[in-house]
Design a protein around this ligand. Structure first.
Ligand SMILES: [Fe+2]
Ligand SMILES: [Fe+2]
Length: 203
């Protein structure tokens, strides 16, 4: 019998989509003319959200997919994460007033957007077709692991969110770390959307 946690948990594909949305939202708020504090806050927020998201995918989502599929997108997924980690490391070790800070951030944005497009148009629909019965249990595992990974980094998360706030803007990237809890409240709605998408892709 499925555990209560897995029954309440959203499916893993919707959790991944929500993580992506938060990071893309933060990307769209980054402007070259913004203050050093705001740009550094957004960059720190994106880096932290990506570090946790990529680890969750590598530990939980990709292995589940490799058990049932083998394709180019899946094979290049972890090497692409490694490229992101390289850019994240450069950003973390670079003063925000360095002449190449903005370009490094935009390079990370290009990598992430390309990677997210592949995941959202190929891997997530494949998961919904191939392992529909596992999606909630995998979502529950991802929620538990997210809390383990995010807990020790809560001060870092709070600091980056505070610095990335600007009047009139809503920073969502950091709250990706809390997506598991948020998704619990939209579980039924999100799953209806996923079911609709799944029917659409089968047609
Ligand atoms: Fe990924
Ligand atoms: Fe992803």
């Amino acid at each position: 019998m499925p555990s209560l946690m897995s029954q309440l948990s959203p499916c893993i594909t919707n959790m991944i989509r929500l993580d992506h949305t938060h990071v893309l939202t933060a990307f769209h708020q980054y402007e070259v003319g913004a203050s050093d504090r705001l740009r550094k806050g957004l960059a720190d927020n994106v880096c932290l959200a990506l570090e946790i998201h990529t680890q969750l995918e590598e530990e939980i989502f990709y292995p589940a997919m490799r058990a049932v599929a083998d394709n180019e997108v899946l094979r290049k997924s972890t090497p692409e994460h490694d490229e992101m980690r390289g850019l994240i490391s450069r950003l973390r070790n670079m003063p925000v007033n360095d002449a190449s800070f903005d370009d490094t951030f935009f390079e990370l944005m290009r990598h992430v957007m390309h990677h997210v497009a592949d995941e959202e148009t190929q891997l997530l629909p494949a998961a919904e077709r191939l392992i529909p019965d596992q999606l909630h249990e995998l979502g529950a595992r991802m929620t538990r692991r997210r809390l383990e990974l995010a807990g020790p980094r809560a001060p870092e998360l709070a600091s980056s969110i505070a610095r990335s706030m600007s009047p009139g803007s809503i920073v969502a990237a950091g709250s990706a770390l809390l997506a598991g809890a948020y998704l619990l409240t939209r579980n039924k709605y999100g799953d209806r959307l996923a079911a609709g998408r799944s029917r659409f892709t089968r047609a």
